[in-house]
Ligand binder design. Structure first.
Ligand code: KG4
Ligand code: ZN
Length: 338
């Protein structure tokens, strides 16, 4: 079975071919047009998806040595994400499947991330504890099967990736913020400033807006404003922030590990690319003797491979989210996460 997976929910266009469970190609085109704006500009994103999607799908087919009429299933992200951006990939995929007379399946982007560990050779074992950390979402989940996902906690304000992006912007380090903060923090001490980890009413929830404010207050108190931070202090502030953000994610994950019986742990989403977070998850996995599955870097950020995989699973389960399925902006609109 050959599955074409298409992703266009934000600022990455991606096309992947999954053939009998083997990934033949996973092309990701990242839009750098947003960097100068310090964040994604939705209209620019839609236009860039439009320009790249056709050549990208063609190249994915070529690289896989698969012809268009050998495609058996077309899967595309339907949400959550930017409506205009989603519509490009979704409409393209629907049109293609219609013309090929092959089934189409709409995929939830976050569910794509949740199951992205299955793209690895060593796969998660149900039930597993999954931390989803992306630019728009932070979720702690108990994944019991392909269709049973229990939400233990989520962010009550900013997402983890959003916090990295905002602090990076504040420090003038650029967009996307995660990799910039990580690079700036490399080999720096983490105790230059003490930024607090927020406690929430639900012990598995997260909050990053207080952390953001405390970084801002620290800068105002020490330097007046961000433009006056001495060059030598920038990496130290970045490292202290990264330390607190990672600590918050680890603390809640550890609490969940103490409260729920699981067979493995998985860390997914764009922020799962963070090396400090990956290292801390490894330590957790050793301490609790739980199998750990963190996708390799190419499957942490947005990619078509995870959409193809999730699409295949939905199709095999007989779940039909077909042509009538429209783009939706938020996670609460549709998902198996309960
Ligand atoms: O999953 P993703 O690619 O897109 C969304 O679905 O949102 O996640 C993007 C987020 C951005 O906020 C980006 O700054 C963050 O992932 N990110 C990182 C790192 N690489 C990407 N955050 C921390 N450390 C990184 N190395
Ligand atoms: Zn994502």
């Amino acid at each position: 079975m050959n599955v074409l997976g298409i992703e266009s929910s934000c600022d990455e266009t991606s096309a992947a071919i999954l053939s009998d469970g083997n990934l033949l190609s996973n092309l990701v085109s990242s839009q750098d047009i947003h960097n100068v704006f310090g964040g994604v500009v939705p209209e620019l994103s839609s236009r860039a998806h439009l320009q790249i999607i056709l050549p990208l799908v063609k190249k994915a087919l070529q690289d896989s040595k698969i012809s268009l009429n050998q495609i058996d299933l077309v899967a595309a992200t339907a949400g959550p994400g930017l409506i205009g951006a989603l519509l490009v990939g979704l409409t393209f995929a629907k049109g293609l499947s219609f013309s090929l007379k092959k089934p189409f399946v709409a995929v939830n982007h976050i569910e794509g991330h949740i199951f992205s560990g299955f793209l690895m050779n060593d796969k998660p074992e149900f039930p597993y504890l999954c931390l989803v950390v992306s630019g728009g979402h932070t979720l702690l989940l108990l994944v019991k099967s392909d269709t049973e996902i229990q939400k233990l906690g989520s962010t009550i304000d900013d997402a983890a990736g959003e916090a990295f992006d905002k602090i990076s912007k504040l420090l003038g380090l650029g967009y996307p913020g995660g990799p910039q903060i990580q690079n700036a923090s490399l080999n720096q001490r983490t105790d230059f400033a003490n930024f607090p980890v927020a406690q929430c009413k639900n012990e598995f929830d997260f909050s990053f807006s207080g952390l953001k404010t405390s970084v801002l207050r620290f800068i105002q108190k020490e330097y007046g404003d961000a433009s006056k931070i001495p060059t030598n202090d920038l990496p130290l502030i970045a490292a202290a922030f990264q330390y607190s953000a990672v600590k918050a994610l680890i603390e809640k994950t550890e609490k969940a590990l103490q409260n729920f019986k699981v067979n493995s742990i998985s860390l997914v989403g764009g922020v799962a690319a963070n090396q400090m977070l990956r290292d801390e998850f490894q330590k957790l996995s050793n301490r609790y003797t739980k199998k750990l599955v963190i996708p390799s870097l190419e499957y942490c950020g947005d990619n078509g491979a995870m959409i193809a995989y999730r699409g295949l699973k939905l199709h095999q389960a007989g779940i039909k989210y077909g042509y009538d399925f429209n783009a939706y902006p938020s996670l609460s609109d549709y998902s198996f996460i309960k």
